[in-house]
Design a protein around this ligand. Structure first.
Ligand code: SF4
Length: 371
């Protein structure tokens, strides 16, 4: 029988997908060959990736909605981040939003058909007081809305994950961001192993780990492959793939030139390496995939809905239209599916929410900018 590497070298992506669906695992050389493939291999790569996605997720799309519940004021030096101590970007700086404001975000998440509401706070990690604040908000949300709650609060101290779990937090996001080798170029105030330790802590508490990274910070293809395999080793349930947004005023403001076809190859590679995991196209979707965005949903099964951290992205209505045009369906946290209405009835409650979002400068985030 042919090895997976030979199949990858022969560019037989549909056979590779079939073998992966039979339980075979790709190795790093095979994964790298996807990132190095000629652009004319993209249709085949997408077709194979879609076969894998279809086995585990059908034609469903999970929507995530994110609130930037604490902005700026971070002592860390992540060079891509507009909220770091090195950043001169004019981002808003505020301490934790009130419970009422976080609750209001949950209402928006629910109305926009999100299955998961992500509560994100900048900083190295939460104090006990901050943790209790989020816990109080989560309890209120769980009493009102059928949403999965994902918290993203940086590095956790021992015992903090257990408290979040007891409050009803089902998921915790903490991205690896890049490979272990490249991490030192991205950040010096904490180490790659600190990030891994938080993911391990989260798993130990019984919380589902959401863990991904950022592509386009100047790393090599090998770094991207290395990150995909580290996420597999860690058992990340949900993998957000961000494409670096070069925010003016950050040390990495001149990085982030991601070719849209390369972005598709990256998403395919993540799907072949982590076949049954949630794969989300995260920050930078519009900027880097541009008109190829819909193709990204053949390997990926999830996107963030609504805006970026400090600037607007594609409108939620356009996200719904894209999903509907693909013939895909939005799936809720309970597994029920609903058609993505291509054009919202602006007189509906959801339509009013969209109007309000389109007209406002509400600070929401789905970017890679926190923790
Ligand atoms: S990514 Fe998180 S930890 Fe790093 S600087 Fe930004 S807010 Fe701070």
């Amino acid at each position: 029988m042919q090895t997976l590497n030979n199949i990858a070298a022969a560019r037989d992506w549909s056979l590779l997908a079939a073998r992966i669906l039979d339980g075979a695992a790709l190795d790093k050389a095979g994964a790298l060959s996807m990132l190095e493939a000629d652009d004319d291999q993209i249709p085949g790569l997408l077709a194979g990736a879609f076969e894998i996605r279809r086995r585990y997720f059908g034609k469903t799309v999970q929507l995530y909605y994110l609130i930037n519940a604490k902005s700026g004021l971070c002592p860390e030096d992540c060079r891509y981040c507009s909220q770091s101590r090195l950043s001169k970007a004019p981002v808003e700086r505020y301490a934790w939003l009130s419970i009422q404001e976080i609750l209001e975000g949950a209402r928006r998440a629910y109305e926009l058909k999100a299955c998961t509401y992500c509560i994100v706070g900048s900083g190295r990690g939460p104090t006990e007081h901050e943790l209790e604040h989020v816990i109080a908000a989560v309890k209120e949300i769980k009493a009102r809305y059928p949403l999965r709650i994902c918290a993203c609060m940086g590095i956790l101290k021992p015992g903090q994950a257990q408290k979040l779990m007891a409050a009803g937090v089902q998921r915790f996001n903490h991205n690896l961001n890049t490979s272990e080798e490249f991490h030192k170029e991205v950040c010096t105030t904490h180490a790659f192993k600190d990030r891994v330790a938080t993911i391990e802590e989260v798993k130990k508490a019984g919380i589902s780990p959401c863990c991904g990274g950022i592509v386009g910070m100047g790393e090599s293809r090998e770094d991207v492959v290395s990150m995909a395999f580290e996420l597999k080793r860690l058992g990340a349930d949900s993998i957000p793939v961000n494409f670096h947004i070069p925010v003016p005023g950050t040390p990495f403001e001149d990085r982030g030139n991601v070719d849209p076809r390369y972005a598709l190859k990256v998403l395919c590679m993540f799907r072949y390496v982590n076949p049954d995991r949630e794969l989300r196209i995260a920050g930078g979707r519009e900027l880097h995939l541009r008109t190829l965005q819909p193709l990204g949903l053949y390997p990926a099964n999830s996107i963030f809905v609504s805006d970026y951290l400090t600037s607007k992205g594609q409108s939620a209505n356009d996200d719904f239209r894209m999903i509907a045009d693909l013939g895909f369906e939005i799936v809720g946290v309970d597994g029920t599916t609903a058609p993505a209405e291509p054009a919202f009835d602006r007189s509906s409650e959801a339509g009013r929410v969209l109007d309000a979002l389109d007209a406002s400068d509400i600070l929401v985030s789905r970017a890679s900018a926190a923790s």
